[in-house]
Design a binder for this molecule. Structure first.
Ligand code: OGA
Ligand code: ZN
Length: 376
């Protein structure tokens, strides 16, 4: 493959530079962007921007433009400041409006239960622990479907946490760095009872609910206690298509979420559905147990209830609900800001049920994917 070179570069108006490359592409760059992005403005060791944007005029002007013998473009400026230098491949790769390539950018695959009728994708604990390629394969599946199972976890306690730590540090919450889902005598959370848990996402009362959740099954020999999962993005998309008014209501109305016990009273107002800047679904916050008293005015409260009940009804639709029974040595890994999880009630008189849980946030997850990709 031949290398790209500069074939021409000249001012375009007063505040832009038109560049032509040997592959025929012509790209126009803002002069302010060139000053701000010039690789020489970044610290050689930390890689952070050292350049002070206010050290240059509001409307910087070019003094001279030339291609150097080594193939780089040199820009000299009218103001008192160092010249800027750009390699052709670098400048060609950073066209206006084009984000960096991102090894963590896995396309979401929305699913209904039938699509995962053989269960979520399975990955082996030992491989994840010992092999970076296996770790990456697990992360890709977990991000794509939002849900996978890790099997063959030996031991209890630290064993599954070591797998989560292969991704990144654990997200601590008011329930601790890790938590034990067992039937407790003095529960501060419905998960710590033997009751059924309707489909939900965890910690909706937090400013940012934890990203990925890991539930390692230690014991599951009581009657009942089956697990259920559903793709919140898939359900939200169905709502968006079938009842856009309800979708918009859930995406724009802030509702109060609250957890409180003897030590904490953690509250936040947030919408059930969060969209990103491109209006794609970014997050579902759905936990009926943690919705505080709705404080909407009379004019909007019934419209909100209609929308919320429409989404809630989708969570009860068997087409979305993937049910299976977790076995000891298995761990579910899922995006807690996308996938809803729940369980059937269990009968503690017939045996024990114990899941060991922890969280790793989305940004740490994505960071690990990028570092694994960079190491090749
Ligand atoms: C939880 C939870 C599910 C289960 O701990 O948040 O939802 O299967 N547990 O017990
Ligand atoms: Zn939960």
């Amino acid at each position: 493959m031949s290398r790209i070179t500069f074939t021409a570069a000249r001012p375009s108006g007063t505040q832009a530079l038109a560049v032509e490359y040997s592959d025929g592409y012509q790209v126009t760059y803002s002069l302010m962007w060139l000053l701000d992005s010039c690789p020489e403005g970044f610290h050689a060791q930390t890689g952070e921007r050292a350049f002070d944007l206010l050290s240059v005029p509001d409307a910087p002007l070019l003094h001279a433009v030339q291609v150097l013998a080594d193939g780089r473009l040199e820009l000299q400026w009218e103001h008192d400041g160092p010249a800027s230098h750009f390699a052709p491949e670098w400048l060609a790769a950073h066209r206006p409006g084009v984000p960096r390539t991102d090894a963590a950018a896995v396309e979401y695959s929305y699913w209904k239960a039938a699509a995962l009728k053989d269960g979520p994708a399975r990955h082996d604990a030992a491989a994840i622990l010992n092999d970076d390629a296996a770790l990456m394969a697990w992360l890709v599946d977990t991000k794509r479907d939002g849900l996978t199972i890790v099997q063959g976890i030996e031991g209890t306690g630290e064993a599954s946490m070591a797998i989560a730590r292969r991704i990144g540090f654990l997200r601590e919450t008011n329930f601790g760095q890790t938590f034990e889902v067992v039937n407790k005598a003095d529960p501060n959370n419905l998960a710590y009872t033997s009751l059924a848990l309707a489909l939900h996402t965890d910690l909706t009362n937090q400013e940012t609910p934890p990203g990925y959740q890991f539930l390692h099954c230690i014991t599951n020999d009581a009657q009942g206690g089956g697990s259920v999962f559903a793709d919140g993005f898939a359900m939200a998309q169905v709502l968006r298509d079938s009842d856009p008014q309800a979708f918009d209501m859930l995406a724009t109305t802030l509702i109060p979420c609250r957890f409180f016990d003897r030590e904490y009273d953690i509250r936040i107002h947030k919408p059930v559905i969060t969209l990103d800047h491109a209006l794609a679904i970014q997050e579902i916050r759905f936990n009926a147990h943690l919705v505080d008293l709705i404080d909407l005015p009379l004019e909007t409260v019934d419209a909100w209830y209609r929308a919320y009940r429409a989404f809630m009804r989708l969570t009860r639709d068997p087409a979305f609900r993937l049910s299976f029974r977790m076995a000891p040595g298995e761990m579910t890994a899922f995006d807690n800001r996308r996938i809803l999880h729940g369980r059937e009630a269990f009968n503690p008189a017939t045996g024990n049920r114990h899941l060991h849980g922890c969280y790793v946030d989305r940004v740490e997850f994505d960071s690990r994917m990028r570092m694994l990709a960079a190491r090749g």
